[in-house]
Write a protein that binds this ligand. Structure first.
Ligand code: UGA
Length: 440
């Protein structure tokens, strides 16, 4: 590369956002230093191990460590001093009132202030409420003095878990919110190798785009779930409705998959935070409250569906296929599976659980307790002697399963497909009763 205006990119926080970001920038050819206050995490990452399951990330991590473009350290101060651009990728968990807990952001910003050794471009990447950049600026000035040289920018991440690597290298868009020419130039330079569509705007707008995007996705999901409820009552098929409306480019085909609702660390939390922000500014966001309400009702509707199929659940064995909040991740934060397991245990059912990646995480919440709760090594093992198979996460493995074999091991041939991911024709042909969501 020719002359570059900056040398090193620091990534503060190496979780689901920070690690793909650090690995991604180093793969693009930048010198990257990553840091995290969790020493175990840093030890794992520096040995080339990804602390969570994310397809394709680990080989790329190893490659960039080996080629010397990526370095990790537990010393946050060192990372700050060595870097010109700093990406804030620490967690912003939810407080009981729905607003985000920004204490990790504040803590890391204070460390930045204490280690400021020349101009830094500080970039918010974690999802934060609109106007957080103002607080970051005030905090730096307070702790580093009024002559501190820095800019604050917002560059929200749109990576999805399970496809984070793919999303990093092929983004639909990159949003950068800036307040200075230098910040704009640096961020455009940083992302130049991706050749992506870039939206350049002010910082408040960039912060708001992130919450608006996730809220809109949640809204699409709740919309189609609402339609699914009507389909069930009148005998229509929501998958056909989704196709019929999704072909209109103004609506689009994505995020119209009806089922047990959205989970994960982002959509539920971001929606709550956005509603809180609107409340603080006295703007009516009741539309988004309805989105939440529809989503929360999914679990109860799913359990009722199982009861309609089986009547009494007490002492009946049920197989649960899929536990992660969506396929291709081991993440169970806000996963619908957890609420479903809780409800079914209350009903007195015996559960046999299987997931290709998330079982260890679920065991921390629901320890193995035979015969009430058994973790199984395969989908077939979970289905053995089950009165119904409940499909909760649409891993490909379940789509491609040998139904004739499953038919032989179950106690009753009943499938409740919480994700509409199976073909009713195929499973019915194999002798199963099929219950989907909003399907005939
Ligand atoms: C979401 C956004 O999609 C990303 O763009 C964003 O960067 C990320 O949050 C974030 O803020 O960090 P993610 O949480 O990984 O990504 O998961 P999604 O793919 O959005 O799925 C969220 C939930 O919605 C899952 O439980 C999924 O099963 C559910 N879903 C999704 C549906 O029920 N129906 C659909 O049609 C699509």
């Amino acid at each position: 590369m020719g002359h570059k205006p900056f040398k090193t990119v620091g990534v503060l926080g190496l979780g689901h956002v920070g690690l793909p970001t650090a690995v991604g920038f180093s793969e693009l050819g930048w010198q990257v230093i990553g840091t995290d206050s969790d020493t175990n995490k840093v030890a794992l990452v520096s040995n080339g191990c990804c602390p969570f399951y994310e397809p394709d990330l680990e080989p790329l991590l190893r490659k960039n460590l080996a080629e010397g473009r990526l370095k990790v350290t537990t010393d946050v101060g060192e990372a700050v001093r060595e870097s010109d651009i700093l990406f804030i990728c620490v967690g912003t968990p939810q407080k009981p009132d729905g607003s985000p807990d920004l204490s990790q952001v504040e803590a890391v910003i204070r460390t930045v202030a204490e280690n400021l050794n020349g101009y830094k471009l500080i970039v918010e990447k974690s999802t934060v409420p609109v106007q957080t950049a103002q607080w970051i600026k005030r905090t730096i000035l307070r702790y580093a003095g009024n002559d501190a040289e820095f800019d604050v920018a917002s560059n929200p991440e749109f990576l999805r878990e399970g496809t984070a690597v793919q999303d990093f290298f092929h983004p639909d868009r990159i949003v950068i919110g800036i307040e200075s020419e230098r910040a704009k130039e640096w961020l455009l330079e940083l992302y130049m190798p991706l050749n992506a569509s870039i939206v350049v705007t002010d910082v408040n707008t960039a912060e708001l785009i992130k919450h608006a995007a996730n809220s809109f996705l949640a809204l699409k999901i709740s919309f189609i779930n609402m339609i699914a409820d009507l389909c069930e009552v009148v005998g229509a098929d929501v998958t056909e409705v989704a196709r019929g409306i999704g072909l209109d480019p103004r609506i689009g085909p994505h995020f119209l998959q009806a089922g047990i609702g959205y989970g994960g660390y982002c959509l539920p939390k971001d929606l709550k935070a956005f509603i809180r922000i609107a409340e603080e500014h006295r703007v009516d966001f009741s539309l988004l409250k309805e989105v939440e309400k529809i989503n929360e009702a999914r679990i109860d509707k799913f359990v009722k569906k199982v009861q309609r199929a089986l009547w009494v659940l007490k002492d009946k064995t049920l197989a649960i296929w899929g536990l992660s909040f969506k396929p291709n991740t081991d993440d169970i934060r806000e996963a619908p599976s957890l609420k479903i397991i809780g409800r079914l245990l209350e009903e007195g059912a015996n559960l046999r659980l299987y997931d290709p990646a998330a079982m260890e995480n679920v065991k921390q919440v629901f320890p193995e307790d035979p015969p009430k709760l058994v973790y199984c090594k395969s989908a077939v093992e979970a289905a053995t002697n089950a009165y119904a198979i409940l499909l909760v996460t649409e891993w490909d493995e379940f789509r491609n399963i040998d139904w004739t074999q499953i038919r032989q091991v179950v106690a009753l041939p009943i499938i409740v497909d919480g994700r509409n991911c199976l073909s009713p024709e195929i499973v019915k042909e194999a002798g199963f009763e099929y219950y989907g969501v909003g399907r005939k």
